[in-house]
Design a binder for this molecule. Structure first.
Ligand SMILES: [Zn+2]
Length: 73
């Protein structure tokens, strides 16, 4: 039964629809994009195309953080 494994280095079963993460080698140039700290959750987030016109005003990493208000919970 080991014959098949020798030919294929497939690591294990993946669902057909699984999106593989982008190759790390391509991501090394991430310093090109500006980053900012989300004022809500405190996590850094990276510039996105959709923010190109409003980047100066962007304070939250996501729509979820933007919607969350202080004292709402
Ligand atoms: Zn956030």
């Amino acid at each position: 039964m080991a014959k098949f494994n020798a030919v294929c280095q497939y690591r294990g079963p993946l669902p057909p629809n699984t999106l593989l993460p982008e190759p790390r080698m391509k991501m090394q140039k991430k310093s090109d994009l500006p980053t900012r700290i989300c004022v809500r959750c405190g996590l850094p987030f990276t510039w996105r195309k959709k923010w190109e016109r409003v980047w100066d005003e962007v304070k939250y990493c996501s729509e979820r953080c933007r919607r969350t208000r202080d004292g709402a919970a």
